[in-house]
Design a protein around this ligand. Sequence first.
Ligand code: GDP
Length: 677
Amino acid sequence: MNITELARRLKVTPNELKQNLPKLGFHIGPRAIQIPDKQAEKVIKIWQEKSEKEKVLAKIKEKISQKNEKEKTSESCKVITLPPTIQVYRFAEELSMSVPKVMSELMKNGILASVNENLDYEIAAIIAENLGVKTVRGEIEQEDLTIALKSKLEEILKKEDKKNLEPRPPVVVVMGHVDHGKSSILDAIRKSKIVDQEKGGITQHIGAYQVEINNHLITFIDTPGHEAFQCMRARGGELADIAILVIAADDGVLLQTLESVKIIQQEGIPFIVAINKIDKPGVDVERVKKDLSKINLIPEDWGGKVICVPVSAKTREGIDDLLETINLVAEMEKDKLLTNPKGDLLGVVVESHLDSGFGPVASIIVYQGTLEKGDNVVIGQTYGRLRSIKDQLGNLVDIAKASFPVQIYGLKSLPQAGELIEVIKDNREFKKRIKQMTQSPAFKQEAFAVNYSQQKDKDKSVKSIKYINIILRTNVVGSLEAITQDLKKLDHPEVKIKILKKGLGDLTEADVDLAKAAQAWLISFETQISKSAKQLAYELNLKVNHYQVIYDLTEDIKEEINKLLLPEVSEKKIGKFEVLKIFQQTNKEIILGGRVIEGKIIKDGIARVWQTEIVNGEKKEPELKGEGRLTQLQINKKDVQEVKLGTECGMKFMGRVKIEIGDILEIYQEIKKQRKI
Ligand code: GDP
């Protein structure tokens, strides 16, 4: 794409664009006139996200100054610590207030978020103050209210008797700046090392995979480009026993490299720097090391402690060294890489999606204990009895040991990436927990749980019924209810409307994922669709509609129903044809010749075949032999659409009827009329 075109799309001058690109981590040189399309798309995405955030911050700053003016808060005001981002329902918990109260305050401030959506600290702080609670910003460790995997793991391991502990493979996360080759490195390892050939299996992309290097297993989280992973970048760090920091040799340390370093250091994760793209001509590995030294990461060969491995994901040079280095680091960390296979379970969701056949599917990694088929599990706002477990090759397995990536089936709805898995063996305890959970405001408000596969099975028996699946988001509960009611009224015996998910706020990526699996229509009323969700919906070619008037919405749905209703079909008799010659006859198709003896005949007309026998010189009562369709008409070997009275022609008749010379075909035209509700 031309720089001028890109600048135009971003509504800035080319010079402004060039000045700002390095700040976003793109180096194109001052004289560049073009930028590769892929990079241009990334620039647009990052630019839009940045300006969106700036707008929100400006709004917030304005509100803070307004607030400061009128505010002389009472000394007794409650103070709570909030993480940099927090889900709405957890925010309500922190405030010790009901979710609806918090949501209505959010709405008053023009913020439309569903209960499970994350709020930035800046927004949460304003809302909290409006509700009479002062806040302080917590550090990044406190961000992971949803996960806290490592601290929980440490807690469990501390309590365990040492003799019950066994080693477990390390879980490795790949981090670094966009385009530095994270996915390529993961692909290179996956392709060359996964042990599937012997078993004849095909590796499935389940968000994580495991390889064996010199008799040691290593588990890789395989989701660097995945949005869910982006949101939980910090949590990604928390999942990792070892991190690989990828830096492209031709680019050096950039913005997201620094962000990754911050997370690695905050989490205290042992890490290896993979200096990638060394196959590129003229690249300078030493320059990357210099960059690293500048941020106080001194490479080993410069007298420091940072292990650097030069690699090329493209040629695979150095990939084996990288894997062996991971083994070495894992060896050094062996006191932490322990698990009690019989102990309490602790696992985490890496990815989840709705499968059109199987329903909610979650890719998970167990860190402690052993997950078993049939276990009762609770994950965030969902639960279920595990129907089945599949390994990375798609094989059904009975258990998932620590660090083995698996997919689990049997959950009632989709869990979120980063949520912890809990197993409740006792059935009564499990039921009690589900009751508590399903009565909680967070669970009730996010009308989420569609057991899609069950729903499909139930509906299979009624084949002729068609469905319009809908995912609906509105700004306020009132319109959600009103629209739901109106849509219910439109239900038709042949076309049913199914609201698979409804909630408040903008359409999210999870909504788009669900829409994809269920082929649903994404509808927002007085709300929008998040940027990333919009992009995803566009890529998946999904229908997204925004409305401000309920009438418009119901009219569109009506139109859709009308399209799906089978048309009303009637017949009109238009002519008769006498069979004079049979050229070819199979049991489904007959090629014959004859003459139009009444009216006209048309291609695609319906033909009823009558036998007219003459017995003892007398014409017998004609007898109906069967019915077929005229799929081709020819006059003098030329295809025609219709043949008039008195004309001879050839035709192809499709139908299981035995036609004989002398038979009369009665020809009918089918008239289709679109039905309307
Ligand atoms: P990510 O955004 O960090 O996951 O980066 P990708 O793996 O998508 O790689 C970004 C671009 O760099 C792609 O065009 C890759 O083909 C290219 N790339 C990745 N690794 C190498 C490498 O080792 N050598 C070369 N020459 N190109 C690479």
